[in-house]
Design a protein around this ligand. Structure first.
Ligand code: HEC
Length: 138
């Protein structure tokens, strides 16, 4: 009985790692990959900073952080125009959707409504998850 459960758990683990390998590998030149990973880490920090600012009732600053570092405004400073052409179209579309969702969240944050803000943060995070589920560069 215990053994059956163990096999079942192992099977589940293997199935999980197999599905992780289903992500499409995108070949980026080394420098671009480094640049993109730096952007990724900054997106993550920006999310945490914005959430802390909301918790401190600093809605306008939270709105700025999201727009400048993740929203449509961040596309220039993050060199999106150099990277986007190297992406498969589906990945590029997910990237654009993520920036658009962030700009939407930025506008929501200026309304200073906690429940709407939480929904907006979730919607943005789902955009991150969608791309991570489909693509890898390593
Ligand atoms: C258009 C696709 C795409 C979107 C959208 C996206 N990412 Fe990523 N992200 C990637 C890829 C590809 C990797 C590398 C995964 C791999 O090779 O295993 C990555 C890696 C990362 C990493 C790891 C960085 C490192 O140094 O290892 C972090 C953190 C991250 N993303 C955060 C985010 C956050 C937060 C968001 C949303 C605000 C986001 N990403 C949106 C594609 C995306």
């Amino acid at each position: 009985m215990g053994r059956k459960i163990l096999l079942w758990v192992l099977g589940g683990l293997l199935a999980t790692s197999a599905s992780a390998d289903d992500r499409q590998l995108v070949q980026f030149p080394e420098m671009m990959r480094g640049h993109m990973m730096m952007n990724m880490r900054d997106h993550m920090s920006a999310l945490a900073e914005a959430q802390s600012l909301v918790a401190a009732d600093e809605w306008d600053r939270a709105s700025d952080v999201i727009e400048q570092r993740v929203g449509m405004s961040s596309m220039m400073s993050h060199g999106a125009s150099h990277m986007a052409p190297l992406m498969p179209p589906a990945m590029r579309a997910l990237g654009t959707e993520m920036h658009r969702e962030a700009s939407r969240l930025s506008r929501t944050l200026s309304e200073a409504d906690l429940q709407k803000a939480m929904a907006g943060f979730a919607a943005l995070t789902e955009r991150c998850i969608a791309c991570h589920a489909g693509f890898r560069v390593h």
